[in-house]
Design a binder for this molecule. Structure first.
Ligand code: NI
Ligand code: MN
Length: 230
């Protein structure tokens, strides 16, 4: 079974395997690093790590058009549901949610979670990451987070892939992300949440070199819009 991952910039990823499609944090329209028409994606499942606008993105429009199931922490799932999305599943840290083709386990993340909804700031739910089992692989999407020691527990999930932010300012920067890679012991590390705007500019190739020098993982640097088979 082949598993294809696509990076849409920031923390937006697509996964496709066995005719099933997942989107994670689909910030597609208005993404400064890559503009993707949200009408061109057709997920069965959408995973949201937290409520910030650069993660929720086009979730409501995509879910309404496709009928995709949105999985998020309890309060955020309810908030998405309150906007007319029919299929939402709320969970919380430590819990596992089955979806069409796989499962998603909620992990902690050290971050905040708010949302500018038509000019009003609301704060539905707390941030999370996901351990996703899909397409024969186990992938960790940390969401926006600082480095934290409990990533060593997430390594026990035997990760094929770890997707972690390197942008600094709002999340861990590259030095802490190398430490995260040490903790996570994934086969492949994919950096995200960088170069979307000037405040989070980073050298992903330097990060890749550090990961491959200091850990047993390989690093995969995707260009915005690029896909790779895992
Ligand atoms: Ni955030
Ligand atoms: Mn973010």
């Amino acid at each position: 079974m082949s598993l294809i991952i696509t990076w849409y910039g920031q923390s937006a990823f697509g996964l496709e395997a066995d005719g099933k499609r997942i989107l994670i944090d689909p910030f597609l329209s208005g993404n400064p690093i890559l503009e993707t028409d949200p009408d061109t994606v057709n997920p069965d499942t959408i995973l949201l790590t937290h409520a910030h606008n650069d993660h929720v993105g086009d979730t409501v429009a995509i879910a309404k058009r496709t009928g995709a199931t949105v999985i998020a922490t309890f309060e955020l799932a309810n908030f998405i549901g309150s906007q007319g999305v029919e299929n939402v599943i709320g969970g919380n840290h430590g819990g596992t949610v089955p979806f069409d083709g796989g499962t998603a386990k909620f992990t902690p993340a050290w971050h905040t979670s708010s949302y500018n909804h038509n000019g009003t700031v609301v704060a539905p739910g707390i941030p999370a990451g996901f351990v996703v089992r899909f397409g024969g692989k186990t992938l960790y999407f940390s969401g926006d987070t600082a480095l934290f020691m409990d990533m060593q527990l997430i390594a026990d999930e035997e990760l094929d892939v770890a997707v972690i932010p390197i942008g600094d300012l709002f999340t861990m920067g590259p030095k802490d992300a190398v430490k995260a890679a040490k903790f996570l012991r994934a086969g492949t590390v994919i950096p995200c949440h960088y170069n979307t705007f000037p405040a989070i500019e980073q050298d992903a190739e330097a990060f890749k070199a550090d990961v491959e020098e200091q850990t047993a993982s390989r690093a995969l640097v995707l260009k915005p819009g690029e896909s790779a088979e895992l």
